[in-house]
Design a protein around this ligand. Sequence first.
Ligand code: GUN
Ligand code: FE
Length: 448
Amino acid sequence: NSNRPNADISHVYRGTFIHSTQQTALQILEDTLLGVDTDGKIAFIEKGAELNQLSQIFGFNPSEVTQLAQHELFMPGLVDTHIHAPQYCYAGTALDMPLLQWLNTYTFPVESRFKDLEFAHRVYTQVVQRTLRNGTTTACYFATIHTDASLLLGQIANDFGQRALVGKVCMDRNNSVKHYKETNQESQEETCRYYLMVQKNTKTPVVTPRFAPSCTGALLGQLGAIAKNNNLHIQSHISENVEEVKLVKELFPESESYTDVYHKYNLLTDKTVMAHGCYLTDAELALFRETGASLSHCPNSNISLCSGMLDVRNVLKHKVKLGLGTDVAGGYSASMLDAVRRALDTSKVLTIQDPEYETLTFEEVFRLATLGGSHALSLDDQTGNFEVGKDFDALRVNVAAAGGPIDMIQFSDSEAQFQLTKDLRQDETGLNRPVSARLKPADDVAAT
Ligand code: GUN
Ligand code: FE
């Protein structure tokens, strides 16, 4: 019981709250009171019966408490630990090739178009609006190599009230597209310009080497140094596909493993998140554990590009931090609820292959999508569940609503006040599917 009786209360909610803790994958708190202070932080979370006592301690009027309906609940905002914002414009298409071919054929040509800020503005507005509508209150984005468009993505996310970690992508080799390439020097200089601009606006930059095959060892080393000297977040891809792992072996013959490549260049820290990791060995997982680096499990992408299947149980056994990611557009869905379903499916396929396999439970996967993601992005002191002192970052779910069950209430950096967004709809693949005529997926997708 660590209430903060000095807090100035701005909102109090009463009803059902569900969330995860380190100890409990899914905790259901019925008839519970949650108070939010004027900074958007949780001041108390207590049994409903304590109302009178709490109102005296915190000095709020019990008649101003917002009572949730029977069919409503609060859950923490969903955390997408890995999503490519520019790729949203071709999500749901172009999934007929394995990773390396797919990058050269579809991804690089599309990403090169984000030099055009107007195009970037259009797509980035759509991806932020859509992911918010799907309940993603925190997203860790890859942008493109273009610094100004990457800054724009951060600005758009901020304006809509999404907590976004954004990386300007770095790549100085092995690119099929002539104009979508940086020299080593450009990549370094633009990374520095980028992170200084982002930090000036008190937002969160992410040092983003695309993946080892796209970067020379020299660039990886320089990016590792920039991250280390400025204590920055880092994101990249690792061990997604067999061909890629083989290529990394060829490109970095001196390294013991794919993980060792990043480790050598100081890119594995407790602020690092690496996507996929399907083919990591136990020794590599141990190195993740040692360095505090985390993994982003992207099951839709892993299946859609026929990349592989992450053995989540083994990752958890190694106590490696783990969140879920949509990996749009390798993954065709921008919804974290989809990621939850695919994570369960993948675990069940592993169980089909080996009946002894300990299948993930939906409670565990719920935790990966919320607290796990928050932990993986080193945001767990701020978000991920309903603990006193954290930001009240929540989805208000109406399981009975015909028009769309998710309302979102989120602390917004830019306005330092609560936003209550009423017109959110559950994603189009949702279990509590709204009337389909009310959904507008098609007009969200830019023609490419
Ligand atoms: N590896 C390097 N770049 C990418 C990308 O854009 N998507 C996926 N899924 N894997 C990658
Ligand atoms: Fe990716």
